[in-house]
Design a protein around this ligand. Structure first.
Ligand SMILES: *[C@@H]1O[C@H](CO)[C@@H](O)[C@H](O)[C@H]1NC(C)=O
Ligand SMILES: *[C@@H]1O[C@H](CO)[C@@H](O)[C@H](O)[C@H]1NC(C)=O
Ligand SMILES: *[C@@H]1O[C@H](CO)[C@@H](O)[C@H](O)[C@H]1NC(C)=O
Ligand SMILES: *[C@@H]1O[C@H](CO)[C@@H](O)[C@H](O)[C@H]1NC(C)=O
Ligand SMILES: *[C@@H]1O[C@H](CO)[C@@H](O)[C@H](O)[C@H]1NC(C)=O
Ligand SMILES: *[C@@H]1O[C@H](CO)[C@@H](O)[C@H](O)[C@H]1NC(C)=O
Ligand SMILES: *[C@@H]1O[C@H](CO)[C@@H](O)[C@H](O)[C@H]1NC(C)=O
Ligand SMILES: *[C@@H]1O[C@H](CO)[C@@H](O)[C@H](O)[C@H]1NC(C)=O
Ligand SMILES: *[C@@H]1O[C@H](CO)[C@@H](O)[C@H](O)[C@H]1NC(C)=O
Length: 485
């Protein structure tokens, strides 16, 4: 009786393990093929809500709010650009908190001239510092939207729009069509506007509720495949138990020999570096990115170092390095997937939140900088890196240093999937294990050995440290002694 029960539970747990495995395989295979959605944030989207606040003699006034419901992808500077097609001959009389980029042909209007007469208006946010009488709540951030997990207070953007030559009741109004969203580049696809239950607004003292005349929603989703960007980051690996540093794959983000505009790079030893990085330009021109010459040509490298082994814990050091001379990343974030994240014990100097894209699978962590301390990743150079250490508690059932288990399964930086080295190149445990049995003879000799090694290591660190900060890529052997500690 008892044994049959335990057998059936073990079958069930095996089945659920299988299910998890299948989900994982499906998600990772879709990731490599088309990546129609983000496997680590399957629900992620940007939702726009149009609330018609009042009817006017020839149309309506609406407040449009964009919510970034993506856990870690944000819209960086120069911000979002929103477009749509009017269903009829609508015009925009005025806008608050945003503007259209072109007015279009308003020649048939006399006296009062609309803000925009185009059939397909293109709207951008206003810049910070806009006069207060042209602002509304959540506007005027230059189109920058932070991610939902990192800063929900700055994950929304609003503007007010006054529409003319439109329907004036909820029966005659026609919702706009063909929404497009650039964030700031391509990648987003927007669905059709759907009329939903009117939004209810509660006054700040919560004593009165008002509601919109009519509300419609538009949902846009991101796909890295649609964005068709070359990768923007790569991963390198090392460990205390093997001296090999596995660098980012060659040409991970482009190739040096192909000197197309994406392949241009800069040698850090270039004389007059500063004048090359920021040549004198006219105000307002945007310079193309300029990365340091490396084998991988990625603007960002994430290095994962398996640093220490304790009886019940193990420690990882993460270093994010910026190789882009022309970009400071403010409010960066990274996402890492590793099975031991369900037993994370401590994380130093980064913020942490567990993401659970699938029920029961707690292996994904979002990490980002601490405000005013390291949330700003400076341009390439001596300050262009941020670091953290993570302490994991070993789950004896799964923990292992073998077969590259200690390395991450997946890394994202600012929502972009980073290129990993091929698994067969991972540093592996020397055969015979890294903690050999200690004989009596060795235990007498060991202290002597240790002292001499320590001296060696100190002199070694002094000579090697400048290198490791670096442009070391490839399987370079630079740490002959560290493996012994
Ligand atoms: C958009 O994201 C929100 C928050 O994750 C989610 O509740 C909603 O269902 C999503 N909408 C769509 C259409 O996927
Ligand atoms: C339009 O307004 C009427 C009442 O004025 C309401 O009954 C109806 O549900 C509304 N329709 C929509 C689509 O909001
Ligand atoms: C615009 O949207 C309509 C439906 O709302 C669709 O039939 C049409 O193909 C779209 N046009 C473009 C250019 O996407
Ligand atoms: C419409 O969007 C708002 C804001 O994102 C959301 O709260 C609401 O649930 C959405 N309505 C529907 C029916 O999806
Ligand atoms: C240059 O680019 C072409 C096509 O993108 C590719 O086939 C070729 O291998 C590249 N050359 C080098 C040296 O990487
Ligand atoms: C990055 O930030 C530093 C310090 O704020 C500033 O001096 C530098 O010009 C910025 N670089 C770029 C490319 O914006
Ligand atoms: C995932 O694991 C971390 C670390 O043990 C824990 O803090 C977090 O609450 C877990 N999340 C879920 C959804 O179980
Ligand atoms: C690790 O986390 C899992 C799931 O939260 C839990 O079942 C297990 O006991 C934890 N292991 C250790 C060693 O804390
Ligand atoms: C370290 O790992 C590499 C694979 O990346 C392997 O070739 C090498 O033999 C390993 N070193 C030792 C001492 O096992």
């Amino acid at each position: 009786m008892d044994s049959s029960v335990s057998r059936s539970t073990s079958v069930v747990s095996n089945l659920s393990f299988l299910a998890v495995l299948i989900v994982f395989l499906i998600s990772s295979s879709s990731l490599t093929s088309t990546e129609a959605y983000d496997a680590l944030d399957p629900e992620g989207n940007i939702t726009m809500k149009w609330d018609v606040m009042s009817w006017t003699p020839d149309g309506y006034v609406a407040v449009v709010t964009m919510f970034n419901f993506q856990k870690y992808r944000h819209i960086p500077s120069p911000g979002w650009t929103l477009g749509w097609k009017w269903a009829k001959k609508e015009v925009i009389w005025s806008m608050v908190g945003a503007q259209t980029t072109e007015q279009g042909d308003c020649s048939k209007y006399k006296g009062n001239i609309p803000h925009c007469c185009k059939k397909d208006p293109t709207v951008v946010d206003l810049l910070p510092g806009t006069p207060y009488n042209q602002q509304i709540a959540n506007c005027c951030k230059g189109g920058v939207l932070n991610s939902w997990v990192q800063d929900p207070g700055n994950a929304a953007s609003s503007f007010q729009i006054s529409v003319g030559a439109a329907g004036t009741t909820n029966k005659t109004v026609r919702v706009p069509r063909n929404f497009t969203l650039m964030g700031p580049g391509p990648g987003y696809t927007c669905g059709p506007a759907k009329v939903v239950r009117p939004t209810k607004f509660v006054t700040t003292d919560t004593r009165r509720t008002t509601q919109a005349m009519m509300t419609w929603n538009i949902t846009c989703t991101y796909s890295q495949f649609l964005a068709q960007r070359t990768p923007t980051c790569c991963v390198s690996l090392s460990s205390f138990y093997n001296e090999t540093i596995v660098g980012c794959p060659t040409c991970a983000c482009g190739c040096q020999n192909n000197r197309t505009e994406s392949g241009a790079c800069l040698d850090p030893d270039t004389p007059h570096l500063a004048s090359v990085v920021s040549p004198p330009t006219k105000k307002g021109t945007i310079l193309p990115p300029l990365v340091q010459c490396t084998r991988h040509l990625c603007p960002i490298r994430v290095h994962w170092h398996v640093k220490q082994n304790y009886k019940e814990y193990w420690r990882v050091k993460i270093t994010i390095t910026n190789f882009n001379y022309r970009l400071n990343y403010s409010q960066w974030n990274m996402v890492a997937q590793h099975p031991n994240f369900d037993n994370i014990t401590q994380i130093f100097s980064f913020n942490y939140k567990s993401l659970t894209p699938y029920a029961g699978l707690n292996d994904t962590a979002m990490l980002w900088g601490v405000k005013f301390y390291n949330d700003f990743l400076s341009e390439a150079g001596p300050l262009g890196n941020v670091q953290s250490e993570i302490l994991f508690r070993k789950d004896q059932a799964t923990f292992s240093f073998e077969k590259g288990w200690a390395f991450p399964r997946r890394i994202y930086f600012n929502g972009d999937n980073c290129v990993m080295p091929p698994p067969d190149t991972y540093p592996f445990l020397p055969s015979g294990g890294f903690r050999p049995e200690v004989s009596v003879f060795a235990s007498v000799l060991l202290p002597v050995l240790l002292v001499s090694l320590l001296l060696l290591r100190v002199s070694f660190i002094l000579t090697v440290l400048p290198l490791t900060n670096d442009s070391v890529s490839g399987s370079v052997r630079v740490r002959p002694w560290l493996g012994l500690f």
